[in-house]
Ligand binder design. Structure first.
Ligand code: DGL
Length: 277
């Protein structure tokens, strides 16, 4: 049987993009996994660098930001699916976004914890994330909701995100901080550590060195991208190469310079979106 080839040159209806957002650069780890897994999809990435970090903020405020970004992505870009590529925003706003929007909304918490529970052999799983995320109790709640038989140790790592936002992903400073902040999950003797902040995969080398080679690191970024691929199974266009748009609420030149360092040269032509003050 001959394979069906879709000639995308004659596409008459513009494809609608997937919308992805985070407080800053962290969600680029999810965007990267999405581009690799569903390369035929258009994608708009919004980094709220003008208002980062979300971790130390009140969850109500993070919820307002998340709704504002989602509205912008729907109205300006006509997105067909929203990926909340931020654990803190997922904890704060996922339910509200699902109630409000007429498109599917995916967060990063559920795919990550389900995968971590599957990977763990001892059942002792650690989750590291922002202060806001850990305080929200979103991960223990998700463990209960899914009836996962694991012993969970959560631990906040304030300071990690700031390193990534400066484009600094290795060095002595991060190593010293990681050694101190990761001690609760090391002491709990976990065999699996879920990176419960989308910025943290950029620090995976240092985190892995501190945890030791017997501990498996699970990235919620990859697991969320698998979920998106499952959801879009009927909506693929083989041969089409997706267009990727990057938007920042901070300085677009700075966003592009640091973003390219983290994400690669494909991050080009970053647009600026100014929130009304
Ligand atoms: N990347 C975000 C997360 O996954 C948080 C970063 C921040 O504190 O702004 O939680």
């Amino acid at each position: 049987m001959r394979q069906r080839v879709v000639d995308v040159r004659f596409r008459t209806v513009a494809p609608r993009p997937i919308g992805v957002f985070d407080s800053g650069f962290g969600g680029l780890t999810v965007a990267r996994a999405l581009i690799d897994l569903v390369p035929d999809q258009d994608l708009v990435y919004f980094g709220d660098t003008g208002r980062y970090p979300y971790g130390p903020r009140d969850l109500d405020e993070v919820r307002e930001f998340a709704i504002e970004i989602a509205d912008h992505l729907v109205e300006r870009y006509g997105i067909k699916l929203l990926v909340v590529a931020c654990n803190t925003a997922s904890a704060a706003a996922l339910d509200d976004l699902r109630d409000k929007l007429a498109i599917p909304v995916l967060g990063v918490i559920e795919p990550g914890i389900v995968a971590a529970a599957q990977v763990s052999r001892s059942g002792r799983v650690g989750v590291v994330g922002t202060v806001g995320l850990v305080a929200s109790g979103a991960y223990p709640q998700s463990v209960d909701e899914h009836g996962l038989d694991i012993e969970l140790t959560t631990c906040a790592c304030p300071g990690f995100v700031e390193f990534v936002e400066r484009g600094e992903v290795d060095g002595e400073g991060i190593a010293v901080l990681a050694e101190r902040l990761l001690s609760p999950v090391k002491d709990a003797d976990v065999d699996t550590l879920l990176l419960g902040c989308t910025h943290y995969p950029y620090l995976a080398r240092t985190i892995a060195d501190v945890m030791g080679r017997d501990v498996v690191l699970v990235s919620s970024a990859d697991e969320t991208a698998f979920e998106v691929r499952r959801l879009l199974v009927e909506d693929r266009t083989p041969g089409y190469v997706g267009q990727h748009t990057f938007v920042s609420s901070g300085d677009a030149n700075v966003f592009e310079a640091i973003g390219r360092k983290l994400f690669g040269a494909e991050l080009a032509g970053a647009r600026q979106h100014r929130w009304p003050s």
